[in-house]
Design a binder for this molecule. Structure first.
Ligand code: UT7
Length: 326
């Protein structure tokens, strides 16, 4: 079905506090050279103790409102993509709705870990194109620092906090969404998890720390195989040629993963937008942060064709080919 949904504005926010590779050297047995070489990361932003995902989300939306002179009082759905909600209930989206003074809007959280934002776009496009909604805020926001174990060098060097938001409106004339693709391999769920109510998965007792636990090598191997296949599927579904893609915006998990995907998929690395160097892996927020960096730097322009691809915990993945309309 032809999309009837169009991205009309973008905004983002990252906390002030920086955690550099040098700072991490004080916390765990690591060093700047290892982190840069193995991940491409130099810094990440860390939320204050009293700053939560809903706070970052609200600031990202306020940034969007200011820059695009948009109203959000009349949005009819708020989708907050996050794996670090402030509470189990109320949802982060409901908190955002209240803090922004929005009335008569639906509010849901969507957890697909690092594929969250691309899943959020998938759902928003479906809701608008089907006629159920007219104006949706899709937010990708995380405070991963609150579930990161700063004594585990295999994870603490990776994660950071941040938020990005887009406003999507009904618009038949210039729709953004060209093709989409989503899936999950829950059988590999124990490669990347954070326990909550249960510490049992597939009859296996998991490390019950409340922190992110990751088998980095397993997720790495999975990502560099799964994402290039997904890119092919997206191209086939859209009948768009690879050469017509102006920008590739993958989840910013690791620069080596991005380079390997680009290599396998014949995408020039120069045509890639990523946010990991100064923000680290912000899960649901990496893709909107990368898009907004592209906009602010004058790289990402209206009418360009963009391939987005989120992947991670689940293990889940979702990709989109979109026309950039902002
Ligand atoms: O966003 C959700 C999806 N997540 C991902 O996509 C993450 C995927 N995985 C990765 O990005 C990488 O696997 C990591 C960055 C997590 C790790 O990089 P790697 O090249 O796969 O390293 P490794 O786990 O194979 O470890 C290599 C060595 C090990 O030492 P030995 O066993 O060779 O002696 C580790 O103990 O590096 C050691 N190591 C470290 N050394 C210094 C692991 N972490 C660190 C560290 N500093 N922070």
């Amino acid at each position: 079905m032809m999309s009837k949904a169009s991205i009309k504005a973008i905004g983002s926010y990252v906390p002030e506090k920086r955690l550099t590779n040098r700072d991490l050297e004080e916390l765990v047995d690591t060093n700047d050279e290892w982190i840069v070489k193995r991940t491409g990361m130099r810094e990440r932003r860390i939320a204050d103790e009293n700053e939560y995902t809903s706070d970052l989300s609200v600031k990202a939306v306020k940034n969007l409102i200011k820059r695009y002179d948009k109203q959000v009082e009349d949005v009819d759905m708020i989708i907050c993509c996050t794996l670090t909600p402030d509470f189990k209930t109320p949802s982060t989206a409901s908190l955002v709705q209240a803090k922004l003074g929005i009335k008569n809007a639906g509010a849901i959280d969507l957890n697909a870990a690092c594929a969250g934002f691309t899943y959020g776009l998938y759902v928003a496009n479906g809701l608008i194109t089907s006629g159920l909604n007219k104006k949706i805020l899709v937010i990708g926001a995380e405070t991963l620092s609150k579930i990161t174990d700063y004594s585990d060098r295999t994870t603490c060097v990776l994660f950071g906090d941040g938020a990005g938001a887009v406003l999507i409106e009904y618009d038949e004339k210039s729709p953004s969404f060209i093709s989409a693709h989503a899936g999950s391999e829950g059988e590999m769920g124990d490669s990347l998890y954070c326990t909550d109510l249960s510490n049992n998965m597939f009859d296996e007792q998991l490390k019950d720390s409340g922190y992110i636990v990751q088998n980095g090598r397993e997720v790495y191997k999975w990502a560099v195989n799964t994402v290039p296949e997904g890119i092919n599927t997206l191209l086939e579904k859209s009948r768009i040629q690879l050469g017509d893609i102006d920008w590739f915006v993958p989840h910013s998990a690791n620069l080596r993963i991005i380079e390997s995907i680009c290599d396998k998929s014949n995408i020039p690395i120069e045509n890639t937008l990523y946010s990991l160097e100064y923000y680290g892996n912000t899960s649901s927020a990496t893709i909107p942060l990368s898009l907004d960096m592209g906009v602010r730097e004058g790289l990402l322009l209206p009418d360009q064709t963009v391939l987005l691809y989120g992947f991670g915990g689940g293990l889940a993945y979702a990709g989109q080919i979109i026309k950039w309309t902002v």
